[in-house]
Design a protein around this ligand. Structure first.
Ligand code: AMP
Length: 583
């Protein structure tokens, strides 16, 4: 497929902010993609080159892209930087400079989407010293044969910021529209409020397909595979694979115990809510993998956990859901997530860190056991299997504490015990619910003390002055609405100046700097990647921010490197919280 077809699609998609229109445009494109052999072109639609379960990232810095652009266009780097300062978007700079190239013509280029995928994938393979030149050549090769519009989107893809606002939801719906059987055509329309589709002759069938596509995606994290199977009407062939990560099930909040019983039925199971990070433990013939919520395999960083799994879980193959918590090796007191989060990304001195920050795994669910998919089985039955195969080994690996009760009083006592022991609260779980990967469906609910916090993503930041010069010290954060990030406020308190005192400006600055896509005086725009927990005193309506809300007294409390931007707080959740607090 010609890359110009993709560039044209990106242009069309960026001309509208309406999800239904985006779905329509995308579905038409997918109809063309159906005929192509290589369905992995679909990854480029989200600015990616591999399936979502793959941890490799394009990861090209602004500087390197500028160098490649200079090589491809013959313009000096200083000129490119100058234009970048003016336009604030390297994509636009690439477009401008390519259009003024002598050899540029209006006719379309020979650049193919396959070639783009090949070169970008090679970029990921190169690592270490001496690779910069090779990377620049690979990028320049693409830019040289690109039309101005193609160059714009190539540059943006390299920087990881396509700015066309399509995400999981729109892509899923477009697959439904493109692959729906002819006699059950689904047409995206503005007509029917809420549903987003005007169904053809069989509304139910299309709805089912939408669920199947979502389920297949949550199971495989691979849109190329989902698209291919959806076109063939073989989505059922996508099954759990112990080699690949799955999306975990998520839990909304309950107002209180009565609310939990009302929504989950009586009796239900209550478990301690541990304050750590989620870990999906996979075992098969090839060994043990430990996946975070971001689908990264962290087995190398956690050799201690691999050992506990071998010693304490008896089964040939499984996928087990758990929470990893850290504790102080001397006092055995549990540590907040922030302290152990450094273990997730650590590449060196791992054994030292294992001793300094030991981990206890608290197991609470099982999705696959010795060749059998368990996700449709009731929670209580899944838990019985867990009990059979897990040997409790305190401070290493054990079952999460739990009780089964119909009594609010008993549940409350259990909750108080959890808090006394230093845990975050409790999870209430329906005894007969299945497991739904990737869904915040409410088969389990979290109950914590008055937690006024949201998980938000940093979209902009500002350099400090005086003592804080050189650090990014104020962060504009955003919530999620469908596929867009909507700003909700600025956070500048909660971090430390000295790293030894806790999470510091320096550490956050280090994380943000490689993500900068635009600079404007002291303010920078960053790729929306870093998720943080922000506590606040209350929510106000505000015209200042796109979300329509602002947070009063926001405070940066956690850096959530284990979280995806797709999991952050949604605008609907913020609206609900606002209503709750003001009623
Ligand atoms: P929150 O991080 O506040 O959205 O709460 C949900 C998270 O709590 C889950 O994603 C898990 O990482 C964590 N968690 C801790 N203990 C449990 C448990 N017993 N069952 C399920 N999730 C738990």
């Amino acid at each position: 497929m010609k890359y110009s077809q993709l560039a044209e699609l990106y242009e069309k998609l960026s001309s509208t902010t309406k999800s239904l229109e985006k779905t329509d445009i995308l579905a038409k494109f997918l109809n063309k993609l159906k005929k192509e052999q290589d369905k992995s072109i679909i990854y480029l639609l989200k600015g990616k080159i591999f399936p979502d379960y793959d941890e490799s990232e394009i990861g090209i810095s602004l500087q390197l892209t500028i160098k490649a652009l200079s090589k491809a266009t013959g313009y000096q780097e200083t000129k490119i930087v100058e234009e970048f300062k003016l336009l604030g978007d390297l994509g636009k700079v690439a477009e401008l400079l390519t259009s003024s190239k002598e050899q540029s013509t209006l006719s379309s280029t020979k650049l193919t989407a396959e070639k783009v995928l090949i070169n970008l994938r090679k970029l990921v393979e190169f690592e270490g010293k001496g690779t910069v030149e090779k990377k620049i050549s690979l990028i320049a090769e693409l830019l040289t044969s690109a039309s101005p519009t193609e160059a714009k989107y190539l540059a943006r893809t390299l920087l990881g910021n396509l700015r066309i606002g399509i995400g999981e939801g729109v892509l899923r719906d477009a697959i439904v529209v493109a692959c729906c059987p002819k006699d059950n055509k689904a047409i995206p329309s503005k007509g029917r409020e809420g549903s987003g589709f005007s169904w053809g002759c069989d509304e139910e069938k299309v709805k089912q397909l939408k669920e199947q596509v979502q389920e297949a995606y949550n199971t495989s994290n691979d849109f190329a595979l989902v698209f291919e199977k959806a076109c063939q009407g073989k989505l059922k062939e996508i099954v759990i694979d112990t080699e690949k990560p799955l999306k975990v099930m998520l839990y909304p909040k309950a107002d209180d115990f009565q609310d939990a019983f009302d929504r989950l039925g009586k009796p239900c199971i209550f478990e301690y809510k541990y304050d750590g990070f989620r870990m999906l433990i996979h075992k098969n013939n090839n060994g043990i993998k430990l996946f975070t919520r971001r689908l990264d395999n962290v087995a190398k960083q956690f050799p201690d956990v691999v050992k506990y799994v071998k010693e304490n879980i008896k089964a040939e193959s499984f996928i087990i859901d758990s929470e990893a918590i850290g504790y102080d090796p001397k006092t055995k007191k549990f540590l907040p997530f922030q302290t152990i989060s450094q273990r997730i990304k650590r590449k060196y001195d791992i054994e030292k860190l294992v001793k300094k920050l030991p981990i206890e795994i608290n197991v609470f669910d099982i999705l696959y056991y010795n060749g059998e998919n368990l996700i449709k089985k009731p929670f209580e039955k899944r838990h019985e299997i867990l009990k059979k195969i897990i040997k409790n080994d305190k401070y290493h690996l054990k079952l999460a504490e739990q009780i089964k009760t119909s009594s609010e009083k008993e549940a409350e006592e259990f909750y108080n015990k959890a808090l006394e022991e230093g845990h975050e609260g409790v999870m209430a779980k329906s005894i007969d619910a299945p497991y739904k990967p990737g869904s915040r469906i409410g088969y389990g609910l979290k109950i914590k003390p008055q937690d006024q916090d949201f998980d938000l993503v940093i979209v902009k930041a500002e350099y400090g002055t005086g003592k804080r010069a050189g650090w990014l010290t104020s962060y504009t954060v955003a919530c999620l609405q469908q596929d867009q990030f909507l700003e909700i406020g600025k956070v500048s308190t909660g971090l430390k100046e000295k790293p030894e005192e806790g999470l510091s400006f320096e550490e956050v600055t280090k994380k943000l700097k490689p993500l900068i896509t635009k600079e404007n005086g002291r303010e920078v725009e960053v790729k929306p990647k870093i998720v943080i927990t922000v506590t606040y005193q209350n929510i106000q309506k505000s015209p200042t921010y796109k979300s329509g809300f602002a947070l009063r007294f926001p405070r940066f409390t956690r850096l959530r490197l284990d979280r995806n931007t797709e999991d952050i707080t949604t605008l609907a959740e913020i609206e609900k919280e606002y209503q709750r607090a003001n009623n």
